[in-house]
Design a protein around this ligand. Structure first.
Ligand SMILES: [Mn+2]
Length: 339
């Protein structure tokens, strides 16, 4: 077996980021979830775990401010074949519905399809929840590598059982608060609606949101502060008018309880940083702005108990989306391990 050298290049048979930790000896276990059953525009995010794994070999391990945090152990759990099977099944059922722009209740064939997609998505959520719960039960922190955003539901279902007062920090271009989208209950565009309904998270703080419908806006304003949204337009307006990003971050962080789960949808960033992502919208956070916010969260004393990174879609013949995601993933690992 080759000797691990944190200063050297990753060797061919190593694990994620060039490490040789087993999941059992790691403080942080990453779970690959190649899931994109309800992708409505661009697909490809089911290829993300594999592409991010490859790109992870080129991430520098030493961190200026977090030093050698990786010594606590980071590893990627093996993929569950059941997820791929369910993804295929759900995708096949959902595709004709998405093609038509949503479910027509008069079309009995589509109604059957919607039910079939519902059952497969529900089953996948349960699989994800069970796996996350197993690792949490073994004393690990867990990070999910999606997949589309719907994978967050199963992860949060497990995390809220262990952490009853959990807050969620969602970096995202979208509010994801529709009660079903395109007639699909477990759509990526409904994930936070489902999270609010099916789990007991205490608080949802959204940052970078710039794609939402009126139904979602009303849901936010009527949530009695359970949902607090920092709209991208407001963030940028404040910055243009001279408010410091550090000050805005303090505001965001003060809205969160002590225990925080980070749900990082890569499309929350400026789409030039993630050109492959399925539903890009102009605007959004810069990479270093996002990292600054996450690190400030930790220095403010919040405990990051888990996270997911979703909606990464590697382009063919262009590794950039995967490279960005691998670096972002490593930062998320660091933030979770030091907090
Ligand atoms: Mn999104």
């Amino acid at each position: 077996m080759p000797v691990f050298d944190p200063n050297g290049a990753a060797t061919e048979d190593s694990g994620i980021f060039g490490f040789f930790f087993t999941p059992e000896e790691s403080a942080l276990v990453l779970i690959p979830v190649p899931w994109e059953a309800t992708a409505s525009y661009g697909s490809g995010c089911s290829r993300a775990p594999e592409a991010i794994f490859k790109a992870s070999m080129f991430v520098e391990l030493f961190s200026f401010d977090l030093r050698n945090f990786f010594e606590k152990g980071i590893s990627l759990a093996p993929e569950k074949p059941m997820i791929r099977t369910l993804n295929k099944k759900a995708r096949k059922a959902a595709e004709p519905i998405i093609k038509k722009g949503g479910l027509l209740k008069s079309d009995s064939k589509l109604v059957n399809n919607a039910h079939s997609a519902y059952m497969s998505c529900k089953r996948a959520n349960e699989e994800i929840k069970a796996e996350v719960a197993t690792w949490i039960g073994a004393g690990k922190k867990v990070g999910i590598i999606g997949g589309d955003h719907s994978v967050t539901l199963g992860s949060l279902a497990a995390h809220t059982e262990k952490y009853p007062n959990l807050g969620v920090l969602q970096i995202d271009a979208h509010a994801d608060l529709r009660a079903a989208f395109e007639g699909l209950t477990y759509s990526h565009a409904s994930v936070m609606y489902n999270v609010l309904k099916e789990t007991n998270i205490k608080k949802l703080v959204q940052v970078g949101v710039r794609g939402f419908c009126e139904e979602e806006f009303i849901r936010i304003t009527g949530s009695n502060n359970r949902v607090v949204t920092y709209f991208d337009s407001e963030i940028q307006k404040n910055l243009f008018e001279g408010v410091k990003w550090a000050e805005l971050c303090d505001g965001i962080i003060s809205d969160l309880p002590e225990q925080v789960y980070i749900s990082f949808d890569v499309d929350g960033l400026d789409p030039k940083l993630c050109p492959g992502t399925g539903t890009p919208i102009p605007g959004g956070l810069d990479y270093q702005q996002a990292i600054f916010l996450l690190k400030k969260l930790v220095s403010a004393g919040k405990k990051v108990v888990g996270f997911d990174l979703v909606e990464v879609s590697p382009l063919k013949n262009n590794d950039w989306d995967a490279i960005l995601a691998a670096h972002l993933l490593y930062q998320l690992c660091g933030i979770a391990l030091v907090s």
